[in-house]
Design a protein around this ligand. Structure first.
Ligand SMILES: *Cc1c(COP(=O)(O)O)cnc(C)c1O
Length: 368
């Protein structure tokens, strides 16, 4: 079976892990600090705005809490979005307000969001579908002041809008390194906070609410003592994961370049099929991470089964959340059409040119 996603982990990552094992410090330590610094640089910011996490979902939950979402507050969420973005709202007892998306880019536009803004709107949680940034610059400029923007950048670790990462326009951005993403550490994530105070608060909330440094780095005579300022959980990254992340980050641009080649090949070969809609061209002011490739066809289910029967695994990201949650009375026509027609084809660096050709051949055969 040709996988839809595949991690690229090899000898360099093994070497990095070996060094961590030999250091006898596998918990949160200097590798985590290095990875946070490197990620901060990647986002054109400083390490005091960036926190390494066990996964991006933890970042969504933390961001939702830092936004100050209280029971009854509304949070606007595009229906085509990762389920954890919704459960993060529910966890705060917030009210999710689903908005529609563009039928071809699968990203929410300013107009989709403005339709749902009320006096109770506290935040918006955006997605950058398939690695293509949404119009977060226009959304930031067009939203009433005081509404926070959470930028779910799990699809878009290397993406740029006007030469800047989308975090430029966000209050919070989250990144994922889970097994299916452009770079992978097994599981892992990063949270960016525009305010360094928020970042500091998050760091404390994600480590048991403790403020003082304990242990080896403490200058106190009794270094085992600590203070708990408020409740907190323990959601941190360790040095093993960070060592992998540091190696993966160095290869990020290389991965994106290879993904772009596959994307371009799909575009070129599948454009011959009249019945298929392909992703819209990527505008010049945008750099994508090429995380997902998507086609749209009324025969989606049959095509998916045909490809599976021919050893090609496909899927659809993301099943509309207004259908998954209790809001089936909301009508979001674009999201519902997308749900009926969209299919993601395999896109990862483990694909050979021959496999990409094979996939294109099979899609063509289906329509012959
Ligand atoms: C994968 C993904 C996440 C969750 O990432 P984890 O690290 O697995 O928690 C969140 N949002 C989007 C859009 C994703 O694709």
């Amino acid at each position: 079976m040709i996988n839809i996603f595949e991690p690229q982990l090899a000898y360099d990552e093994l070497e990095a892990i070996r060094e961590v094992f030999q250091s006898k410090w596998i918990g949160r330590g200097k590798r985590v600090a290095e990875f946070e610094s490197a990620w901060a640089k990647h986002l054109h910011t400083t390490p005091n705005h960036v926190i390494a996490l066990p996964c991006a979902t933890d970042g969504l939950f933390e961001a939702m809490s830092l936004c100050g979402v209280w029971p009854g507050d509304e949070v606007i969420i595009p229906s085509i979005h990762f389920s954890g973005a919704l459960t993060a709202i529910l966890e705060q007892d917030g009210e999710p307000v689903f908005c529609d998306v563009d039928e071809r880019t699968l990203n929410a536009r300013l107009s989709d969001i403005l339709k749902k803004v009320t006096k109770k709107t506290r935040a918006v949680v955006l997605n950058n579908y398939g690695g293509v940034p949404c119009d977060i610059d226009k959304i930031r400029a067009g939203l009433p002041e005081g509404i926070k923007i959470i930028d779910d950048a799990a699809n878009s670790p290397a993406s740029l809008l006007l030469d800047k990462p989308t975090s430029e326009w966000a209050d919070y951005s989250v990144y994922s390194f889970d097994a299916m993403k452009v770079i992978s550490t097994g599981d892992g994530g990063m949270l960016y906070c525009r305010s360094s105070r928020d970042a500091q608060l998050a760091r404390q909330e994600l480590y048991l609410g403790q403020s003082s440094t304990t242990g080896y780095d403490s200058h106190k005579a009794r270094w085992w003592e600590f203070e708990i300022d408020f409740p907190g959980r323990r959601a941190i990254m360790n040095d093993v994961t960070s060592a992998i992340g540091l190696v993966q980050l160095k290869k990020l641009q290389y991965y994106v370049d290879r993904r772009k080649k596959i994307w371009d090949k799909y575009n070129e070969r599948l454009s011959e099929i009249d019945e298929l809609l392909l992703p819209p061209p990527i505008p010049n002011h945008i750099k994508s991470s090429y995380y997902l490739y998507w086609i749209q066809t009324p025969k989606r289910d049959k095509l998916a089964q045909y490809l599976k029967d021919n050893g090609i695994y496909t899927t659809f990201r993301y099943y509309p959340l207004h259908l998954a949650w209790r809001h089936k009375l909301v009508k979001l026509p674009n999201s519902e059409n997308i749900n009926a027609t969209t299919l993601n084809l395999p896109l990862h660096c483990g694909l050979s040119d021959e496999q990409v050709d094979y996939i294109c051949d099979k899609v063509k055969q289906f329509y012959d």
